[in-house]
Design a binder for this molecule. Structure first.
Ligand code: ADP
Ligand code: MG
Length: 530
């Protein structure tokens, strides 16, 4: 309890006590996802409040769905979410690394090293490790990029699905790659994902262009147009709806006809304007009236109605068009261009396929049930996120813990050159990096200590150009060249993971006073610490 009256409803822990509690929370969190790491990781069954279930192997999914109240634990979950958002992979590794750094820091604190010095050591180690990481990385061939995308699907779906999705994701990323002033840029939101039930996962495919499960509004409209101008309307071409409860008092027979004629004339005016603008293709978010439909058919304008706003946005970006609220406000500058527009019947559904200058692609997810489709979509989205980074920056590093062992070896050498106590922080950081190969071993049913020692020995005995590639082969359970085995990871994912974990660990080390309003939320179950 606080001794200051103003804090009387506040639970307070300070100094070492606060740090210990915070580190315990971090360790508890890492304990929750530890067993999911790597190809031999196990799944978790998550059951939410409503009894809905989900089986997952993804660290961030487990953590985000857990009801964790401890603020430090939340900070680490946040680091993992950021990793997911930026790098789309490496979420479990980030949490494990952060918790391990904190545990090692705790050992130093118990020996009398001040947390601020450890934090400084961590920062130095981070800078050095990230520079070394770049020197370990190598430019990749396309086949290596596919393998690296596949590594990122570790634990998600089965092997053959991973291979297919990795390939398609890379194709998609290449299709949307644009060369800007600041280099190449691939935006994954430009790839549309369309779920189609029926068939098997293996039938999933990538189609060039934007695909919508929509038919043109009249059979007489052309099925196929080769290029032209497109207008996108954020509304519809409809008769005006009466506002509120309007009562029309019809006093003579002609009034109603005149009223209808006026409305038809308004629709005609709109179609005339579309003709004048030279529109070949029209997509509306809302409806298109029956009369307007006939007029558009006659005018030779191919039209689609009730197109989802998200699809309109994708069309706008692909065609370089601007969405307008209604036809009357449309100007020539709002129009976009397309290369082709066609309708094709796949199975029983008619699809509309638009190809544009800017590229764009649609992934058609196939699967027998909703659950399978959902999984295919999630995996593809992850693979696509990774593939987009890879087409922008194709540098890779060896996986299977090889890079972490190599970095730890370099960091230990670097630590020797530091005269102050920060040296201990750098060493603690190096030890923490080795948590990845240790947990990969643990999950493969191997002794983590022996395995790590074997790996370190294998790297130091190997010729210099091969040393960094030696990681843990979890299938044969021995040290192997990860590049030969095709276990590769994008440089950016590891780099972001190291940066994120260090950031979170340092923030926790900096806290030396915790003030809980009212009562201490229950701490998660924690492993024993000395
Ligand atoms: P994260 O959420 O951190 O991405 P994963 O469960 O996806 O966790 O596991 C990724 C780790 O598994 C990486 O360190 C990667 O190098 C390793 N890994 C993936 N495939 C293999 C493999 N075939 N052999 C050894 N290690 C692998
Ligand atoms: Mg992964």
């Amino acid at each position: 309890m606080s001794d200051v009256p103003i804090l009387k409803d506040t639970e307070r822990s300070t100094g070492r006590g606060a740090l210990q509690k915070n580190i315990q929370a971090a360790l508890a969190l890492a304990g929750a996802v530890r067993s999911t790491l790597g190809p031999r990781g196990l799944d978790k069954l998550l059951i939410d409040d409503d009894g809905r279930t989900m089986v997952t192997n993804d660290g961030v999914t487990v953590l985000e769905s857990a009801k964790v109240e401890h603020p430090v634990a939340r900070m680490i979950i946040n680091a993992s979410s950021v990793q997911d958002k930026i790098a789309r992979d490496g979420t479990t590794s980030t949490v494990l690394l952060c918790a391990e750094m904190l545990q090692n820091a705790w050992h130093l604190v118990t020996q009398g090293v001040h947390p601020a010095i450890i934090a400084r050591g961590f920062r130095m180690a981070e800078t050095h490790a990230r520079a070394e990481l770049e020197s370990i990385s190598f430019p990749s061939l396309r086949k290596h990029r596919i393998l690296a995308t596949k590594t990122c699907l570790t634990g998600k779906g089965h092997e053959s699905m991973q291979a297919l999705l990795a390939q398609l994701a890379l194709d998609a990323a290449e299709a949307i790659l644009v060369q800007g002033e600041d280099g190449a840029f691939a935006d994954p939101t430009r790839v549309k994902i369309l779920q189609q039930s029926g068939g098997v996962i293996g039938d999933s495919q990538l189609v060039t262009g934007l695909v919508l499960a929509k038919n043109r509004i009249h059979e007489d409209m052309p099925r196929h147009i080769k290029g032209g101008k497109i207008l996108l309307i954020d509304g519809g071409i409809e008769r005006r709806a009466m506002m509120g409860s309007v009562k029309l008092n019809v006093t003579s027979t002609g009034v109603l006809d005149a009223f209808r004629a006026k409305e038809t004339a308004l629709l005609e005016e709109q179609v005339e304007q579309l003709k004048a603008l030279g529109v070949d293709l029209l997509a509306c978010k809302e409806g298109i009236d029956d009369d307007a439909r006939m007029m558009l058919t006659k005018a030779g304008i191919k039209a689609f109605r009730r197109v989802a706003r998200s699809d309109l946005d994708l069309l706008a970006r692909g065609c370089g068009a601007t969405l307008v609220h209604d036809v009357k406000r449309a100007q020539e500058s709002d129009l976009g261009a397309f290369i082709s527009s066609k309708n094709e019947t796949w199975g029983t559904t008619v699809h509309w396929i638009v190809e544009t200058e800017e590229g764009g692609a649609t992934f058609i997810a196939k699967g027998s049930t909703e659950a399978v489709l959902g999984e295919v979509e999630r995996c593809f989205a992850d693979a696509l996120g990774v593939a987009c980074q890879l087409v922008e920056d194709a540098r890779l590093v060896p996986g299977g813990g090889a890079t972490q062992v190599a970095l730890a070896r370099r960091l230990r050498r670097y630590a020797e050159s530091i005269p102050g106590r920060e040296q201990l922080g750098v060493e603690a950081f190096a030890d923490a990096l080795e948590v990845i190969p240790r947990v990969l071993a643990e999950n493969a049913g191997l002794d983590p200590i022996d395995t790590l020692l074997n790996l370190v020995a294998a790297q130091s005995n190997a010729p210099a150009d091969l040393a960094d590639c030696i990681g843990l082969n979890v299938i044969e359970r021995n040290p192997r060249n990860m590049v030969e085995m095709g276990v590769l990871e994008p440089l950016l994912i590891l780099d972001q993971g190291i940066a994120g974990a260090t950031e979170a660990a340092i923030s926790v080390l900096r806290i030396d006073d915790v003030l809980w309003a009212k009562q201490d939320p229950s701490m998660p179950e924690v492993p024993q610490m000395e």
